[in-house]
Design a protein around this ligand. Structure first.
Ligand SMILES: C[S@@+](CC[C@H](N)C(=O)[O-])C[C@H]1O[C@@H](n2cnc3c(N)ncnc32)[C@H](O)[C@@H]1O
Length: 297
């Protein structure tokens, strides 16, 4: 564990979340086969490879996959694709009866920190939020195309936003004059409705941005689709490790693990980051990791 923390501290480019716990639960050793369904910039995969594991990595985002290629070189097989197609991609690459599968959900810090991707209200940028240029709908299309009821439902269901109706009305009222096209415009509209309360640390537009991102990338349906496929891909005693960052994802994972007759749950309660890790990497604050083991093939 210490060597892994040292890696996190020294790495300027990336901090994989809960990396020590991921490596421990995957019981990585030479020659074992791992599928990293969200390879991102390759942080977790690199640690698996360092311990002799063989990795097939998938990511939807070609920009981030280029980073993984820089980090991992030819030590891993990397595929641009959607993890909901994990069964096909694994088969095509001869990766079956796996020893471990990792899903580290959500966005990588590189995506969040790339202003032009439009994921963050910290930068003034076009409202895009697509993880892949292949996706057809951008956040700008939803913000300007949905009616009040549809926007309310989106913010409520995917952002768990209590003021969803008022925000939806404010958006529709504002776009009468001109289209809402940027992250800053949207964040300002939300701020008008949600007065910033003293002591609250999260930005008022956090839940609205989360809801739009989930919808644009169809994140919850992708997760529902991949979990049974991942379970099928595991060999006996193989392990499925899932790290989620909000309650909607975590609930899907928890319910799937509970309902599966193929898996034994290894984490009664989700594993969370230590204070030390949160200090080093604030993104780990909301991470919840659940692990299950395949009973038989
Ligand atoms: C939190 S990051 C993963 C970081 C990675 N574990 C690392 O150590 O660098 C999540 C990644 O999942 C990718 N992703 C999200 N949804 C996806 C999907 N449906 N299929 C494939 N990749 C997806 C994102 O593009 C992003 O790079």
């Amino acid at each position: 564990m210490e060597s892994v923390l040292r890696y996190s501290r020294s790495s300027i480019v990336h901090n994989p979340v809960l990396v020590g716990q991921v490596i421990d639960f995957l019981i990585v050793s030479t020659g074992k086969k791992y599928l990293d369904l969200t390879v991102g910039a390759g942080g977790h995969s690199l640690e698996i490879i360092k311990r002799g594991g063989r990795v097939l990595g998938i990511d939807l985002d070609p920009e981030i996959l280029a980073r993984a290629r820089q980090v991992l070189g030819n030590q891993a097989t990397l595929v641009e694709g959607n993890y909901k197609d994990a069964d096909l991609i694994a088969k095509e690459n001869g990766f079956e009866k796996l020893d471990g599968i990792l899903l580290d959900l959500g966005l990588s810090s590189f995506q969040l920190d790339s202003p032009e991707r439009g994921f963050s209200f910290r930068f003034d940028a076009p409202l895009d939020m697509r993880m892949s240029p292949e996706l057809g709908v951008r956040a700008v299309d939803l913000v300007n195309g949905l009616n009040v009821g549809e926007l309310e439902e989106l913010f409520m269901k995917l952002g768990e936003e209590k003021q969803a109706r008022r925000i939806a009305k404010e958006i529709v009222g504002s776009r009468v004059d001109h289209k809402i096209t940027t992250t800053t415009e949207l964040a300002e509209i939300v701020k008008k409705v949600k007065k910033v309360s003293f002591g609250k640390h999260i930005h008022p537009a956090t839940q609205v941005f989360q809801a739009l991102r989930i919808a644009v990338n169809d994140e919850l349906n992708n997760l529902r689709e991949v979990l049974p496929k991942a379970s099928s891909l595991l060999g006996k005693d193989g392990r499925l490790v899932v790290i989620s960052f909000h309650s909607l994802e975590d609930r899907i994972v928890k319910d799937f693990f509970k309902s599966s007759s193929e898996l034994k749950v290894l984490t009664e309660k989700p594993i969370t980051a230590s204070e030390e890790e949160v200090g080093l990497n604030p993104r780990s604050r909301s991470a919840k990791m659940r692990v299950a083991e395949k009973l038989s093939t």
